[in-house]
Write a new protein. Structure first.
Length: 697
């Protein structure tokens, strides 16, 4: 306890005033009827001695009132050790790192994230009255979980619900978000405090704080930092044994020195579960040497019936973070994209694209190609067959992409088949021939991403200049030399299309390849054979064909690969779906309403496999083609801290400061109560003197 103005205690000398007043005061003597005057004199003397100090309790009350006034004027305060600052009011944003590396356990069993959350609570408690506080989580993408407010309960509730997830660290982005939170702060003192293990490396400086004080509090810096983690795990069908699978696991050792080896095991998961069961069955185990900080292990096994997922686990690691020692792998055979190439009857204009797709099919099983002539489109069932007509096999059944290689359907049935295929969600690639006339593609123009004209002779070009340029949508092409820039173009189809859909254009600016990726439709102005250009002989023809098939093929609901938390794409659902249930690896069920046919997955943070269910027409079904697996990012395996050099670093173990809590108001309140008591007593005494039974004749 202390005093702001100790000289004001001199006012306590005024306690002598009520004492003197009570000593000088004489009380009136009661009238008494006595038989003897001598006895009267003795009574008067005795009563006057007794009235020397009248009403002693009132005297004590007045003395205490004077002392309370003196203490109140002296400015008393209480001293408290606080976790942050000096107890003054300020606008503060706490940046709390919830990335995967914060799951590291300290020697006492508490994680670094738990330590950071406890420190955040202590900081909030130590803020002065009127302070504003906000909470920002630094796991990518940074999120504001408690907006700036003077209500500390909002921030405390956000801390209670925060937990570490399989996210990468984005402290710079979180600081920028925190600075924006302070843009409209009502207090002059503005500060951002970062609570993190800073287990990330970034060459980029921290964002400018714009006059906001920035403090970094490194946590968990005592070590140990030795850690092993799974970087990648991929499953594939074992070609040597029917029904068997192989999982290739890559392990990173972020320790010095690294252990000589690591043991990797494959365990079962219950059907539809996202975490290993307590009675998980071990399917395979192997020990792999660690060389250069990396280990690679291949495990072969035959999964038991009923399970479509397995868990990869590191055994006997004894490292700092168990968060990255386990990964769920989906056992799903890759789905091949089927492409149907349509050629004119009697001509092989699709032979080059067919051979390119065959080469892709032999290199990987991701593409299956077949070729039919244009008359074969007339055999596609249309639903209007006569009873006597025998049903014909559908050449487009199960197809993903339809390629019209200089083939234009001439009959109504063929056009109807193409239109029905595209409207049913199939991809379409149209290429002309040198003999294509102006009106040949008019019937298909409604399905194309460009307006189609006539075939023109290519203008002469300067040999020193490239004949082909990448358009605004040129990211569809692979990087590196493709030979397409020096392509020899003899004739081309005149196209008109939006600039953002042009993949290739001529030197004169005419579109050569237009792709509408949203609706999976494309048109090529120079044909797919060697009649209009030498495109099929260019090195970039094969990768261009692969990119087109990938862009035009029917997509699954989610790509078949694991995602880092915060980076999973939105879940696309059908129009009739009214509710989506997400079953987390721990079994928690999250219910979401689709927004414009999509469900955001940004807030999912628990690593493991998720089960997705969609409700339509009152029926709930499992989305079997939506395999969602979240994994920790590889860069979070290295736990060594890298505190930022351009921020003030505060020692988390040091006492932060002292807060002074003024208590003068309580002494003024006591002074008011004492005055009220004296007033009450005087009123009661006045009533007593007026009462008839108190009067003596």
């Amino acid at each position: 306890m202390g005093l702001s103005a100790p000289l004001a205690l001199a006012a306590a000398l005024f306690v002598a005033l009520p004492v003197i007043a009570h000593l000088v005061r004489r009380a009136d003597v009661e009238r008494r009827v006595l038989p003897s005057v001598a006895l009267l004199r003795r009574v008067v003397v005795r009563d006057r001695r007794r009235a020397r100090v009248t009403e002693p309790w009132l005297l004590a009350l007045r003395v205490v009132a004077v002392l309370a006034a003196a203490l109140a004027l002296a400015g008393p305060f209480l001293v408290e050790r606080v976790a942050y600052g000096d107890g003054s009011a300020l606008s503060l944003v706490i940046v709390l790192d919830d990335s995967a590396s914060m799951a590291r356990r300290e020697s006492g069993g508490e994680s670094v994230f738990d330590e950071a959350r406890d420190r955040a609570r202590a900081i909030i408690r130590s803020l002065g009255e009127g302070s504003e506080v906000a909470i920002v989580l630094a796991g990518a993408p940074p999120r504001v979980v408690a907006p700036r407010s003077t209500d500390r309960a909002i921030a405390s509730t956000a801390l209670d619900h925060a937990r570490v997830g399989a996210r990468r660290t984005d402290v710079p982005g979180a600081i920028a978000l925190a600075t924006r939170q302070l843009a409209g702060a009502h207090l002059a003192a503005r500060r951002v405090v970062v609570l993190s293990d800073f287990a990330f490396e970034s060459d980029a400086p921290l964002p400018s704080s714009g006059g906001v004080e920035l403090e970094a509090v490194p946590l968990g810096a005592s070590g140990p930092f030795d850690n092993l983690g799974i970087v990648d795990a991929r499953a594939s069908v074992d070609p040597l044994e029917r029904g068997a699978w192989s999982v290739v696991v890559e392990v990173q050792a972020a320790s010095d020195p690294a252990p000589p080896s690591v043991t990797v095991a494959i365990e079962t998961l219950a059907p539809g579960a996202g975490l290993p069961a307590p009675d998980a069955l071990e399917l395979a185990r192997v020990s792999a040497p660690i060389e250069g900080g990396r280990a690679r292990a291949t495990l072969r096994f035959t999964p038991p019936g009923g399970g479509d997922r397995v868990a990869v686990r590191l055994l006997d690691t004894r490292d700092a973070s168990p968060f990255d020692d386990e990964r769920v792998v989906a056992l799903e055979e890759p789905r091949a994209s089927r492409v149907v190439v349509v050629e004119p009857a009697g001509r092989h204009t699709g032979r080059f694209i067919a051979r390119a797709l065959a080469a892709l099919s032999s290199a990987s099983s991701s593409v299956l190609a077949s070729t039919i002539d244009v008359d074969g489109l007339s055999s596609v069932p249309s639903g209007r067959l006569a009873p006597s007509d025998a049903p014909q096999p559908d050449p487009l059944a199960g197809a993903d992409v339809l390629v019209l290689a200089s083939a234009v359907p001439s009959s109504g049935l063929g056009l109807e088949a193409v239109r029905g295929f595209v409207e049913g969600g199939g991809g379409l690639l149209v290429a002309p021939s040198a003999t294509t006339r102006a009106g040949d593609l008019a019937a298909l123009e409604a399905l194309l991403p460009a307006r189609v004209g006539a075939v023109e002779v290519a203008p002469p070009r300067d040999p020193a200049e490239p004949s082909v340029r990448r358009g605004a949508a040129g990211a569809l092409l692979p990087s590196g030399p493709t030979g397409l820039e020096t392509m020899a173009i003899r004739s081309l189809l005149r196209l008109e299309a939006p600039d953002d859909e042009v993949v290739l254009s001529s030197a004169a600016g005419s579109p050569l390849l237009v792709v509408d990726r949203e609706h999976r439709r494309a048109v090529l102005a120079i044909g797919l054979d060697d009649e209009m250009s030498d495109l099929p002989f260019r090195p970039g023809f094969l990768p261009l064909a692969a990119s087109l098939v990938h862009a035009l093929a029917r997509p699954g609901i989610l790509p078949d690969r694991p995602f880092i938390a915060g980076e999973a794409p939105s879940l696309a659902v059908d129009e009739g779906v009214t509710l989506v249930e997400l079953v987390t690896p721990s079994g928690e069920v999250l219910r979401r309403r689709p927004d414009h046919g999509a469900v955001s997955l940004d807030d999912l943070a628990d690593p493991g496999a998720y089960t997705l269910r969609a409700e339509a027409n009152g029926q709930l079904r499992v989305l079997t083609d939506a395999a969602l697996v979240l994994v920790p990012p590889a860069e979070e395996i290295d736990l060594r801290p890298h505190p930022p050099a351009d921020a003030a670093t505060r020692d988390p173990d040091a006492r932060e400061g002292e807060a002074h809590h003024a208590i003068a108001r309580w002494f003024f309140l006591a002074l008011g109560l004492l005055a009220a008591l004296e007033g009450f007593w005087r009123h009661q005494a006045w009533l007593a003197r007026r009462a008839p039974w108190r009067r003596v004749a």
